[in-house]
Design a protein. Structure first.
Lengths: 352, 202
């Protein structure tokens, strides 16, 4: 063993924080009105005790070099350091596969089966996977920023998984509408579940608020496309629900998230309709959709139950407005000619 | 009976084709440009807690408080091959606390009690300086507060403890919340292979 380093505790204690008392370079101690002499005495007593104890046990580092297995002897084995690896590329591919599969199932459940119950089950499953298990990352909404930066900054590149996450729901929308919003998006699912007493938003207000998402999209792009040092990803930072999935977060974001959920009990999916920038992109792609939720005219019955059932103002003059349709299948569930109600009736007829 | 193919249908088809082509082209561009994954890493040379010349001040706790996941993805790692295995480890014991009857400081430093100490071989009470102790960090428990990192470096320790990121816990934020707060810009984004090499994974 070579020479050892000696350090007394005085140097370890270091500076005593300002709050402890009057101090050169510090304002006077915490209680300015009290007799300073008493405080000073106390302080010196305190300091003296520290110094005495410090002198009594000098800290000594016994070694200058780390002893190795050989120098320790006795068959000692150095323990292994834990080295958790990043999520493997297979699992990342799994995320994309789950996303694609969930969108496929979502559109099948809504367009073919017209079953709200199964769709809610799918939404809960997606929320469990993308929300609670994956903790909200990676999501198409946030990927807008990465894609925008990667398209413009030659030194910034994104993994293929992120590209796929961004593109797949848009391609889906071009053919089948917003299947992603209905049964796949975790942010959508959490709002879908809290919607208890939908209130109709006046159409003009609804339209005006709907423009906000394009403003938000513009802002997000503005901050993301700044030079690398000043770049900011606002969509991710101000995601109102991700903190619930992670079960932790800064207080102001938890408050905002809580407010959204509270408002979401009465206003159907406020984030999706008025703020989600990806919703804006999906709405544009959906205008071209080949298929989507349709409400067909009926010879005998134009009851309008579907219009009442739609909490998102996506049925106008008894016809579905596809770009606003969030694939919740409430209209089908409420339809006396179709969906679960009709199926239940058919079963009743069979039984009797 | 099929409906006649109108000009409207044609426009629709053309628009759909354009959108799909744009998406496909953009995706192809991004894919050919893709360089693989990047991850966040703590640069020990910049981290306030492990940087030499900074001793005896309060450890920086930003890695614990700023991380977006419940238990911070940053944790302290004892590179065992560099550990001095000291009798009185300044990262295990609170060496400013009172000394107990065994001649050891009475308090531990870790607020989460994540470090365990056990003698290697037979401890000789007569010759404490030549007894070796193994200090194991339960990295699952650690929240990266950096107290032990601050203590284990020259001149008190050998600097075997550093802060690292648990990649199984890190959600890989676009802009790491800790990096926004870090006063020394010690959180850097590096390609995953390089990060693993730096962490000693071969």
């Amino acid at each position: 063993m070579t020479g050892s380093t000696k350090v007394t505790l005085v140097s370890l204690v270091g500076e005593i924080p300002c709050g402890a008392g009057p101090w050169p370079g510090c304002p006077l101690g915490p209680a300015k009105g009290l007799p300073h002499i008493a405080l000073l005495t106390l302080f010196f007593l305190f300091a003296a005790i520290r110094t005495i104890s410090a002198q009594s046990i000098p800290y000594q580092r016994p070694v200058d070099e780390a002893p190795q297995e050989r120098s320790i002897g006795g068959g000692y084995k150095t323990p292994a350091v834990q080295k958790p690896l990043p999520r493997s590329s297979w699992l990342q591919l799994l995320d994309v596969a789950v996303l694609a599969a969930a969108m496929g199932i979502s559109s099948w459940l809504v367009l073919k089966r017209r079953s709200r119950k199964s769709l809610v089950a799918l939404a809960i499953g997606s929320m469990a996977y993308f929300g609670f298990y994956r903790e909200g990352c990676v999501c198409p909404i946030g990927s807008i920023q990465n894609v925008a930066v990667a398209l413009t900054d030659p030194r910034y590149s994104i993994p293929m998984v992120v590209t796929a996450t961004f593109v797949l729901p848009l391609v889906m929308a071009v053919f089948f509408g917003r299947a992603f919003c209905g049964g796949v998006c975790a942010l959508g699912a959490i709002q879908e579940l809290v919607l208890l007493r939908p209130v109709e938003v006046p159409r003009r207000l609804d339209r005006a608020l709907g423009l906000l998402k394009y403003v938000y999209l513009g802002l997000a792009l503005f901050f993301a496309l700044k030079p690398a040092a000043a770049r900011d990803f606002v969509i991710c930072r101000f995601d109102p629900f991700v903190d619930f999935f992670r079960r932790t977060g800064p207080p102001h974001m938890l408050l905002i998230g809580g407010a959204f959920l509270l408002a979401g009990m009465f206003i159907g999916r406020p984030y999706c309709r008025y703020l989600c920038p990806y919703g804006g992109l999906l709405a544009w792609c959906t205008r071209l959709a080949r298929r989507g939720v349709t409400i067909t005219p009926d010879k005998e019955l134009d009851c309008g139950l579907c219009t009442e059932a739609c909490p998102y103002g996506a049925i106008e003059k008894m016809r579905a407005v596809r770009r606003n349709c969030l694939y919740c299948a409430r209209c089908y569930a409420a339809c006396p000619r179709d969906g679960e109600l009709a199926r239940a009736k058919a079963q009743l007829v069979k039984l009797s | 009976m099929s409906e006649p193919f109108t000009r409207r249908d044609l426009l629709h088809k053309a628009a759909r084709g354009t959108v799909l082509a744009t998406l496909g082209g953009g995706a192809a561009f991004l894919v050919q440009k893709a360089h693989g994954q990047v991850v966040w890493q703590v640069d020990a040379a910049r981290c306030l807690n492990s940087r030499l010349g900074v001793v005896g001040v309060e450890a920086c706790r930003l890695c614990t408080t700023e991380c977006v996941v419940a238990l911070s993805a940053v944790r302290a790692v004892n590179e065992y091959s560099r550990c001095g295995r000291c009798n009185i480890c300044p990262a295990y014991f609170n060496i400013t606390s009172a000394v107990d009857e065994r001649g050891l400081p009475s308090e531990k430093l870790c607020p989460r009690d994540a470090i365990t100490r056990k003698p290697i071989g037979k401890a000789d009470p007569e010759d404490p300086a030549n007894n070796f102790y193994e200090y194991l960090i339960d990295e699952e428990k650690c929240d990266g507060c950096g107290k032990c990192v601050m203590q284990c470096k020259e001149p008190l320790g050998l600097g075997s403890i550093v802060l690292r990121i648990r990649y199984d816990r890190c959600v890989d934020c676009n802009r790491c919340a800790i990096s926004r707060a870090c006063p020394k810009d010690a959180l850097i984004q590096v390609p995953v292979e390089q990060a693993l090499r730096n962490d000693g994974v071969h």
